[in-house]
Each structure stands twice: as C-alpha cells, then as structure tokens.
Design a binder for this molecule. Structure first.
Ligand SMILES: Cc1cc2nc3c(=O)[nH]c(=O)nc-3n(C[C@H](O)[C@H](O)[C@H](O)COP(=O)(O)O)c2cc1C
Length: 246
C-alpha cells in the first residue's frame, strides 16, 4: 500500500452533508484518475473479483457522485471491500475530494459485470482543503484500553482506533502477545439491526486492517498477515487476522 495514504489518516473525515463545500465539479480527467487509482489498490484477498462504478449521486446530502463497490461473494469479501474502499477514501482525501462511506445508500444497479453491490462512498470535490480534519485526536472514538490488550506499539495503537466505522461502532479488538490477533467484536449495535451490524462490521474490519497496515508500514514494522474466515457469527469476538511481526 502506498505510504502517501498514511498522511491522509490525519485529515480524513466524513462529510455527512456536503453543505458549504463550494460548487466545484469533478472533471472527466479526475474521474478517470479515480478509476486508475482503484486499479492500483492492494486487495486483502487478490482472488476476490471486484469492480467500481461511479454514478451521479442525487439526494439531500449534496454529494456529486457515488462510487459503488461491487464484489464476488466469497469468504472475506466484505473485509476485502472495506480494505480496498478505505484506500479509495484516503486517496480521495489526497485529491481534495470529500467522502462519506454510505451504508444506507441505495444503488441504481444491484449488480455489475456479474458482481454484487456491496456499499458506496459519496463524494464531492472541495473548494477548500481546510475543510478536512484539523485535529484527528478530537474526534470521538473508544479509548485505547477498549480496543487494544497487551503491549502498545508507538505510532500504531493510538492511531488505528481512528478508522471510520458504520455508526462509529468500532467493532475491533487487538490482542498483542508478540503477534497481533485482530478480532471483530460484536455487541455494540447502536441503532443498527443485528444482521445489518454483522454486515457493516465486517466491512469495518477491512477498513481497520487498512489503517493497521498503513501504520505498521509507516513505522517500518514488517509483518506477515494471516487471514481467518469470518462467517458473520454473533459471537462476542471473532478472529479476523493474525499479524506475525517479523
Ligand atoms: C461501512 C460504513 C458505513 C457508513 N454508513 C453511513 C451512512 O449510511 N450514513 C452516514 O451518515 N454515515 C455513514 N458512515 C460514516 C460513519 O458514521 C463515520 O465514519 C463514523 O461516525 C466516524 O466518523 P468519521 O468518519 O468522521 O471519522 C459509514 C461509515 C462506514 C465505515
């Protein structure tokens, strides 16, 4: 994964409304650059076929386009789309494009090229880059104690918790006992029905792994990632990945 995305962790934020962001439109060249960027992102599982479509976004939020993510439905496909989609989120920030992961968005086409719709990100070009986050540490997240057990890693532990998640549910838990075991934690439903939470929480896990990888790589910590099948059970903790630190 491209280290340039790391810096965007500190800037990114959800534009729940694109009000006051100006009236710039994305050019054909910028839309083409988004498609090119997508083809260069690293998947969690390269055997899962995925695609994006960029469609005009109508609706009250003021986004100009939606990037719709499609995937083959195989073990780990939700985590894989979360991982790829978060690279897209951070790339867009680097291009001064505001974003919103939109779990509740309705796709205009439920399938594309034989793949199923998974989720979308709404976007709009920002007239002013200062609209991004100025101090990430002020955003609302669980404290480190709640998401990390065992020795902390400087430059990693305190940053990964700022990954975005559906309804800010932060369904992740890391145990560091020399290797990092990354679990999906189930329980904090908020306003989400159980099955909706089980769906989005697995996308959230992919997003979290993207943050974890960027932070580890930025710190020069090499690892071998082992992925585990998460069928979406409602257990308190479901292992998603083990990072063997090298
Ligand atoms: C998978 C996913 C789905 C989301 N769906 C919605 C949504 O439907 N509507 C919305 O307003 N925000 C949605 N969000 C945005 C989250 O509420 C937001 O990321 C979270 O509160 C953290 O805030 P931040 O992104 O500004 O750091 C979604 C985020 C993720 C990761």
């Amino acid at each position: 994964m491209n280290d340039a995305l790391y810096e965007m962790i500190f800037k990114r934020k959800s534009f729940h409304l694109f009000r006051g962001t100006g009236d710039l439109s994305l050019s054909d060249g910028e839309l083409a650059a988004i498609r090119t960027a997508w083809s260069g992102f690293t998947p969690l599982d390269p055997s899962i076929r995925t695609a994006i479509r960029i469609a005009p976004c109508l609706g009250p939020r003021g986004a100009e386009y939606c990037i719709l993510f499609y995937s083959e439905k195989k073990d780990g496909y939700l985590q894989n789309i979360g991982y790829l989609g978060e690279q897209m989120d951070l790339y867009l920030v680097s291009e001064n494009i505001g974003t919103l992961w939109l779990g509740l968005g309705k796709p205009d086409e439920a399938t594309f090229d034989g793949l199923d719709y998974v989720i979308m990100i709404a976007i709009r070009k920002l007239a002013d880059g200062s609209l991004f986050r100025k101090d990430m540490f002020k955003s609302k997240r669980d404290p480190v104690e709640k998401i990390w057990q065992g020795e902390r890693i400087d430059g990693v532990t305190e940053l990964v918790r700022f990954a975005p998640s559906a309804c800010n549910s932060q369904p992740w838990f890391v145990k560091n006992d020399g290797a990092l075991s990354v679990f999906r934690r189930f329980g904090k439903l908020g306003i989400m029905p159980k099955n909706t939470a089980l769906y989005f929480n697995r996308i959230d896990m992919g997003i979290f792994l993207a943050f974890l990888d960027l932070c580890l790589k930025h710190r020069g910590i090499a690892f071998r990632r082992e992925l585990f099948c998460d069928g979406g059970d409602a257990q308190p903790l479901t292992l998603n990945a083990v990072y063997h630190l090298l």
